[in-house]
Design a protein around this ligand. Structure first.
Ligand SMILES: NC(=O)c1ccc[n+]([C@@H]2O[C@H](COP(=O)([O-])OP(=O)(O)OC[C@H]3O[C@@H](n4cnc5c(N)ncnc54)[C@H](OP(=O)(O)O)[C@@H]3O)[C@@H](O)[C@H]2O)c1
Length: 313
């Protein structure tokens, strides 16, 4: 079976490519510059020599996306810019997320792809100021676009608009699209460059900020997310949106857990209380058979990877 993974060199996509190759899929992986050393890890994956083909493609260049998707039965659209901090210009995120997703879906239609899995985000779910305190969020929740705009949460807006338009395109064109909304993705990295969500954990371990807020964190292991993406791709019953979130923990407890596993790091010194955050439910995904590992395992594997890669020095 031949499938395409967009943004193949990214944190989540690399684990997905690894999983697909291990299951015998032929994978078309899109990257922006195949000659860049940062994609070297992909070529070293098991079965990559025979079954991984890298395509040079930018989400905003339809022709490059269409050539990557051509001949594929399935497409995993993972690529989307994930900023390290607030961006001043919303278009930097909105264009690749929204126009990019449209380009991918158009190419899927042209290629007669049987199913498309679009990676959205918890950000497309939880930006709802009117949400009742403590009530669990499920797939029926959508972030309020106007609220995202007025608060200048451009990443959240980009993911919300992109996912809405993806599902809209799917119903208008009878294209089989399933979306997956992961929360904060952590775990060991395959790629050599640090992605934004891994930096969240690295910064906690290094105590980059002396004071942090005691927010609620909904977390999913990057390897469990890859399994979720394959599960919704393969399961005929899968449809609509799926939240992929395994654990909820506040920053204080997360730091305590990390300290119990790895006592010798600096960690933030002060924790300030803030209004309670949102809690997600992955019941819909679990009802398809999705399983996830314990949080301790995710943290242990992630930190041991950072140590080996000298990222905590
Ligand atoms: N990390 C999280 O906590 C989290 C949580 C929820 C949802 N997500 C979603 O999960 C997906 C993967 O995120 P990640 O954490 O793995 O991020 P990542 O490591 O930063 O990967 C993002 C990928 O998108 C690609 N990309 C960005 N703009 C592009 C463009 N114009 N054309 C082609 N490719 C482009 C990047 O390609 P280059 O390698 O060329 O830069 C990179 O491969 C994204 O859709 C993100 O919104 C992430």
């Amino acid at each position: 079976m031949r499938v395409c993974v967009t943004g193949a060199g990214g944190f989540a996509a690399s684990w997905l490519v690894k999983l697909l190759l291990s299951k015998g899929f032929i994978v078309h992986g899109t990257v922006r510059d195949p000659s860049d050393e940062k994609y070297a890890h992909l070529k070293e994956l098991e079965n990559a020599t025979q079954n991984l083909i890298l395509f040079k493609a930018d989400l905003l260049d339809y022709v490059s996306i269409a050539s990557s998707v051509a001949g594929c039965e399935g497409v995993f659209h993972v690529a989307s810019p994930v900023p390290y901090s607030k961006v001043p210009n919303p278009e930097v995120l909105l264009e690749p997320a929204v126009t990019g997703t449209k380009n991918v879906l158009k190419a899927c239609l042209e290629a007669k792809a049987k199913r498309v899995v679009v990676v959205s985000s918890g950000s497309a779910i939880f930006m709802k100021p009117d949400w009742p305190k403590g009530e669990i969020m499920d797939e029926s929740c959508w972030s309020d676009e106007l609220y995202c705009r007025t608060t200048e949460n451009w990443y959240h807006l980009s993911k919300t608009v992109a996912e809405r338009e993806a599902l809209d395109f799917a119903s208008k064109n009878a294209l089989d699209v399933v979306t997956v909304c992961p929360t904060l993705i952590v775990g060991p990295m395959l790629q050599s460059t640090i992605n934004a969500s891994s930096l969240v954990l690295i910064n906690l371990l290094k105590g980059i900020r002396e004071t942090v807020e005691n927010t609620l964190r909904n977390i999913v292991d990057v390897r469990d997310l890859a399994e979720a993406l394959l599960l919704v791709y393969e399961n005929k019953e899968a449809s609509g949106r799926y939240i992929a979130s395994s654990h909820v923990i506040n920053t204080r407890d997360l730091i305590e857990l990390l300290k119990s596993l790895f006592p010798n790091y600096s960690y933030p010194k002060n924790i300030v209380e803030v209004e309670e955050g949102k809690v997600f439910s992955s019941k819909k995904l679990q009802s398809l058979g999705w399983k996830f590992r314990p949080l301790e395992e995710t943290l242990k594997d992630a930190v041991e990877y950072y140590q080996c890669a000298h990222l905590l020095e």
